[in-house]
Design a binder for this molecule. Structure first.
Ligand SMILES: O=C[C@H](O)COP(=O)(O)O
Length: 252
């Protein structure tokens, strides 16, 4: 772990959560101790129907509130979409862009992800940019080159450690209970660090690099202690306060 970088554990609720989920969320708000908050940043990326409700419930947080996707435009005739400005207005401070589920389900290319990251910055949001290889790409020995290609094309010029977080999520590890070995995570995160330092200098050196894919309380300590892993992007386990708090406890 890079000592100077404050880690981030971001929960991605995906298409889960109703107004009643505020009760579980409030358990997270009251369960994050000052000691934990001093050590690690916490965030919940809620469905946009809940952004304003949870932001109000969180007050100043933690957790901070994030969105899960945004359009590239600030406003306009884009039925069903949501802009980064709308998320910011509802109380979000960050937005995930380029999640593999968006890339697969909605055909989002690196170029679109790049434009969405710029839209996030335009609205004053942190862009959490996701990258990751498929199972076939890993089996073919191409995982690192695939991820480097995604980094190069998805991260806009002007990325800083303040406005950008990178999340490495092997597609085959998402929601499957499978995780890469600590050695594989270390290899990938080192490669990402070298790539980002080469392009962005000290900003790339200080940028938070999250690991995502089947992170649970039981494996968080091992995964989060890998060099160049500066936190986690958590799906299923972020829906339950006990699990999220258990993952945050990896930093205690
Ligand atoms: O954004 C989160 C990831 O897709 C990981 O999901 P998961 O923790 O349910 O595997």
């Amino acid at each position: 772990m890079s000592a100077a970088i404050k880690p981030l554990v971001a929960g991605n609720w995906k298409m889960n959560g109703l107004k009643a989920s505020q009760a579980e969320f409030y358990k997270m708000v009251v369960g994050i101790s000052d000691e934990v908050a001093d050590t690690v940043d916490a965030m919940i990326c809620a469905p946009s129907t809940l952004t304003a409700l949870l932001a109000e419930k969180a007050g100043k947080g933690p957790p901070a509130i994030g969105g899960q996707d945004c359009h590239t435009a600030a406003s306009g005739a884009h039925t069903g979409d949501i802009s980064a400005e709308m998320l910011a207005d509802a109380g979000a401070s960050a937005v995930i862009v380029g999640h593999s589920e968006r890339r697969t389900d909605h055909g989002e290319s690196d170029a679109i992800v790049n434009a969405k990251a710029q839209a996030a910055w335009r609205a004053g949001l942190i862009a959490i940019i996701c990258v990751g290889e498929t199972e076939a790409e890993r089996k073919a020995g191409n995982a690192v080159s695939i991820v480097e290609g995604q980094l190069n094309a998805s991260i806009p010029d002007g990325a800083t450690a303040e406005n950008t977080v990178v999340a490495y999520e092997p597609v085959w590890a998402i929601g499957t209970g499978l995780t890469p070995t600590a050695a594989d995570v270390a290899e990938m995160h080192k490669a990402m660090r070298v790539n980002l330092e080469g392009r962005l200098g000290s900003e790339g050196q200080a940028m938070r690099l999250l690991y995502g894919g089947s992170v649970k309380p039981a494996n968080a300590r091992e995964l989060m202690s890998v060099d160049n892993v500066n936190g986690a992007l958590v799906g299923g386990a972020s829906l339950k306060a006990d699990d999220l708090l258990g993952i945050l406890a990896a930093y205690s």
